[in-house]
Design a protein. Sequence first.
Length: 322
Amino acid sequence: MTDAVLRVGFAGTPEFAAEALAAILAAGHTVPLVLTQPDRPAGRGMKLQPSAVKQCALTHGLPVSQPTSLKLDGRYPAEAAAAREALQAAQLDVLVVAAYGLILPQWVLDLPRLGCLNIHGSLLPRWRGAAPIHRAIEAGDAETGITLMQMDAGLDTGDMLLVAPEPIRPDDTTATLHDRLATLGGRWIVDALALAARGGLTATPQPAEGVTYAHKIDKKEAALDWTLPAEVLARRVRAFDPFPGASFSLRRTGEVVKVWQADAMNGQGTPGTVLSVEGDRIVVACGTGALALGSLQRPGGRRQPVRDVLRSWGIGVGELLG
């Protein structure tokens, strides 16, 4: 239990946010309202699925609001007005936001007496925006972390409250790094709320230098461009795990194969050409160096080591991959 119980609203959608919500509840704070994105179709049956945050909220019996927009003058003014009424009725001390996916208009930012605190998965001002974990791995950053920020009207431009660095390991994927950062975010938001209750949070403006933007991941980025250096492609394989999954196409069949594990190595040849096929890897020439593919997934299948895929594949040295 915390030494001071706050009325904490929560706005978030994916698992990254759900872990923070669970930590806030475990710390003993009152959560009178949860905002999350509307249910989305998912899976083979494309049935509507609740977000991870909604599932957590319903498990704890918390009221949930799922507006499509919070802009009172936008396309969904009735939904926004209903959300405003719910937020006003909740009498919040603070609103915690984590990977929510909707822009908060000024009326939301002004509503809680302690404002809105954001849990962001990078060391701001590096990697503002939608996909900070993916982009940090893709860029080859040595570290990232969590920044707790006092939200303002800009895109991740608010003053920093707490910063927690986290090293990026050589074998980290977005999945593994996401899980560590989610745990870190949950731990630090609880500490931040305790400090906020005592008036002990200190805000520091973000540096003007070093600003980068983590643009949303597009499925079109998944296709491996063999003309790029092998080190770049190896990072993309890790950055795009679990979504959207790096991939290449087999020219002779047209099937798209996903790559889940790959290492950069020395090698030379026409980019996209298979240089060697060994027991546990396929080595493909790149613009610089070569990429050793270790884990693949064929359409309709599951992730498999290369040695298992090769039994039914028949790929050979000299084949040109798309």
